[in-house]
Design a protein around this ligand. Sequence first.
Ligand code: IMP
Ligand code: MG
Length: 174
Amino acid sequence: MAERIEVLLTEEEVDRRIQEIGDQISKDYAGKQVHLVCVLKGGSFFMCELAKRITVPVSIDFMSVSSYGGDTKSSGVVRIVKDLDESLKDKHVIVVEDIVDSGRTLSYLLDMLRSRGALDVRLCTLLDKPDRRVVDVKVDYTGFEIPDEFVVGYGLDYDQKYRNLPYIGVVKFD
Ligand code: IMP
Ligand code: MG
């Protein structure tokens, strides 16, 4: 059965919101340097766009954890597949995610990163599905709160497809 994609947030809407978050972060971290930690692969498109809009000095690093297989349901299993290259010591860290769903991945990740000597660790996500939360996580910067639907685009995939869509779409199976 082939799926179809319905637009939820247009490219213009997403870009405008990323600019707003970039402005906010630039204000909040005035006079400081921020270290963006991208959670691969989904967070990569968002992080690049966000980084371009931040006006204070920025450094970046990447990590990869596994929580989803080829399915649309969270397994609850979190494993570090690729760790950071650089130390977080004495850095102002912002973890950049594509979406917070159950919160399981982030809750585990934030606890782990907070034990590594950063000055502070905040969380920035492009999308948030608050209705799906199982574990409580504090989100510092949110692009959009969205309903409980499976979305793709702007880094988010369905079975590794659709990450390259420049907008956010809902996957429909009819
Ligand atoms: P959590 O641990 O349940 O919060 O899962 C977070 C991760 O699940 C995200 O970083 C995504 O990789 C994936 N995920 C959750 N919801 C969606 C969705 O609607 N579309 C694509 N991936 C999703
Ligand atoms: Mg992710």
